[in-house]
Design a protein around this ligand. Structure first.
Ligand SMILES: C[S@@+](CC[C@H](N)C(=O)[O-])C[C@H]1O[C@@H](n2cnc3c(N)ncnc32)[C@H](O)[C@@H]1O
Length: 267
């Protein structure tokens, strides 16, 4: 019975229309203020090359080692170290952490938005590269998320301090379908250099997160997501909202891990 209900839910999610982002023409862009600051977003291949580099792998391992240790943090460090040891210079792997290291290293963000912060492993990658970056995080703090403790805002603040974060930190608790639009309405001039969408995984919530967040991504900015192999929600929305929209060029890695992707907003 449970599996039948699940199948009905999946079919409904596959077919049901969903909310889409509404972009505005006066969105700020990264660069373009003059000859010394050209508008030159990275290509998708540049983002991907940085994400699979040994530099990214080493940086992620180093940052993970500074965080409170749990199963995921330890597994991440072991995975990166084993791949490099076994395959030497040929090792290529990307996950959300190496992709965020890449996005932060290439763009040097001053503003970062993350939906689904959990234990701040992803936010820590941005903070480690750009300690002054303002971080805006939204989470419902679902208890024991994916089998591990999900302690909440104080813990996140402490984790980011461990990697040297010095910038502004805003953490909003609650369902992102309501907290994010309410927050953005209160901050009409706030735009982000990098956005990670990694909260709930159902089609309606993922769609709502993209619809709310993407119009605030600066032109030339990067959006990152995870779990494209694991869940139908992120996959369907990424394909519909990013892959089929000429505003974006994208890069994806799904050889191993959960399936991660990043896209650069070009207009
Ligand atoms: C996959 S985890 C995020 C992992 C994090 N980005 C990282 O890399 O460390 C997903 C998070 O989304 C949160 N979440 C789930 N549903 C949500 C919702 N409707 N609104 C806001 N957050 C939600 C959970 O509490 C959980 O912390």
């Amino acid at each position: 019975m449970a599996s039948l209900i699940n199948r009905i839910r999946l079919t409904r999610d596959r077919l049901r229309p969903f909310v889409r982002p509404r972009y505005e023409s006066d969105t700020p862009k990264i660069g373009g203020t003059g000859p010394l600051d050209p508008y030159l977003p990275p290509t998708a291949e540049t983002l991907g090359a940085a994400a699979v580099s040994h530099e990214a792998s080493e940086a992620v391992q180093k940052t993970l080692s500074k965080l409170t240790q749990n199963r995921d943090a330890q597994a991440g460090q072991v995975w990166h170290a084993m791949g490099r040891d076994k395959y030497g210079p040929h090792w290529r792997f990307a996950d959300q952490l190496t992709l965020l290291w890449a996005a932060s290293t290439l763009l040097k963000p001053t503003t970062y938005l993350e939906i689904g912060v959990c234990r701040a492993r992803s936010a820590a990658m941005v903070a480690a590269v750009r300690p002054q970056c303002a971080i805006y995080g939204f989470d419902l703090w679902v208890p024991d998320y994916a089998g591990g403790p999900n302690p909440g805002p104080e813990f996140v603040q402490e984790e980011l301090a461990r990697v040297g974060h010095e910038g502004n930190l805003v953490l909003e608790s609650g369902d992102s379908r309501t907290t994010l639009p309410a927050f953005l309405e209160r901050h009409p001039d706030l735009y982000f250099d990098v956005i990670t969408i990694d909260g709930a995984k159902s089609v309606p919530v993922v769609a709502s997160d993209y619809a709310n967040a993407l119009p605030r991504l600066k032109v030339g900015g990067i959006v990152v997501t995870d779990d494209l192999v694991l869940f139908q929600g992120p996959r369907r929305i990424w394909d519909a909202v990013i892959e089929r929209d000429a505003r974006f060029v994208s890069w994806e890695f799904r050889d191993a891990g959960f399936g991660v992707a990043g896209a650069i907003r070009g207009s």
